[in-house]
Design a binder for this molecule. Structure first.
Ligand code: UD1
Length: 340
């Protein structure tokens, strides 16, 4: 069975490729390298012993996308990661986000119809829930108006897929990720943010390794036990495995409906200070941080109700917060070593 992974050299994509290969599936990667590195292909090969086929391709370009599909036969399923994901940038450059994230999806769906490719796993986000009224948040919770063009592209993409599935033979599973963190245990692949990281874990590890001077903790006056915001952090390898299970569910015709949505988190919420404590424990370092004001657009707390994914997919996140922070730290140490 051949699986196409779009954005397969990116952070979540590369971990998913490794897990697909471990499950015995053949992988074809397309990636435009806009936020990823070609060396990741070698790293994947080093981990799995198998070099996936790779095409550098901009899926948002209709002709290039069609040409690729014309030449690539017998794809059984697609896992579509390829998208921009920087929330702040999306506010400044909304058209770049709408064009890239939506045109690429539409082009992929059009080619799925043309070439009768039946199965699509889509990478969605818990960002579609905004600040939920009830926690843990279930898949039935209403989606709240998006706080950014990035968040809006995830909501719109879900709707585009739902409507296309309804009107075609395509089946899809949307996975709503909570906060993916950590790295592969080999420390060969992990999160490689370009420039100053926006997300918490890369900022912590870069501060600890001296690339950044100090971590700012955004807000300590939230209505949470220690006043800092709470998220459901999930190890990227657990998340990658959820994609394998989801694609197999469709390949084996086990879906209960043609469009399914699953929360992919651990079901546990941790505050920013708890993440810092975990990092300090596993790294045996003292992190330089200070508490500052809230970051605009941040919600107070969110964590997943994962019971639907646990029951239906037979999948459950395994890794602890300490394993997440330790693997992120090992990856950063490896990166720093390579820079010397
Ligand atoms: C963000 C995106 C989300 C995306 C996710 C993973 C928003 C609103 N959401 O989630 O759509 O799926 O990244 O890419 O941006 N924090 C600090 N100091 C820092 C960085 C973060 O205190 O330097 C805090 C934040 O305030 C937040 C928590 O750490 O409470 C997690 O932040 P982050 O890693 O950026 O993820 P989200 O904002 O939850």
């Amino acid at each position: 069975m051949k699986i196409l992974v779009t954005g397969g050299l990116g952070y979540i994509g590369s971990h998913t490729v490794v897990e697909l290969q471990a499950a015995g599936l053949e992988v074809v990667i397309v990636d435009n390298l806009s936020n990823s590195h070609i060396e990741v292909l070698n790293k994947i090969e080093k981990i799995s012993g198998i070099r996936p086929s790779f095409s550098k391709l901009d899926l948002a370009d209709r002709d290039s996308c069609s040409n690729f599909f014309k030449g690539e036969k017998a794809i059984s399923g697609i896992i579509h990661f390829a998208a921009y994901k920087a929330v702040g940038e999306s506010v400044k450059e909304p058209l770049k986000y709408y064009h890239n994230n939506l045109d690429s999806l539409i082009n992929v769906l059009e080619n799925m119809k043309t070439y009768h490719i039946p199965n699509l796993v889509f990478s969605s986000s818990c960002t579609v829930y905004g600040q939920p009224d009830k926690l843990p948040v279930t898949e039935q919770a209403p989606r709240k108006p998006a706080l950014s063009p990035y968040g809006n592209t995830k909501q719109m993409a879900e709707d585009i897929i739902r409507d296309t599935v309804y009107a075609s033979a395509i089946k899809s599973i949307a996975l709503r990720y909570f906060n993916p963190v950590g790295a592969h245990y080999s420390a060969l692949i992990g999160e490689l943010p370009l420039g100053v990281p926006n997300n918490l874990l890369p900022f912590i590890t870069q501060t600890a390794s001296g690339i950044r001077e100090q971590l700012s903790v955004f807000g300590s006056d939230y209505n949470t036990p220690d006043g800092t915001a709470i998220r459901d952090y999930i190890h990227v390898v657990d998340l990658a495995k959820a994609h394998v299970v989801a694609v197999k569910r469709m390949l084996n015709d086990k879906s209960k409906s043609n469009y399914e949505i699953f929360n992919i988190g651990t079901g546990n919420g941790y505050s920013v200070l708890e993440v810092i404590k975990s990092f300090e424990k596993v790294s045996k370092l003292k992190l330089n941080y200070k508490i500052v004001g809230r970051r605009e657009g941040d919600i107070e707390k969110v964590w997943a109700d994962t019971s639907f994914a646990n029951k239906e997919l037979g999948w459950k996140a395994q890794k602890t917060l300490d394993e997440m922070t330790l693997s992120a730290w090992r990856f950063q140490q490896q990166l720093s070593k390579n820079m010397k």
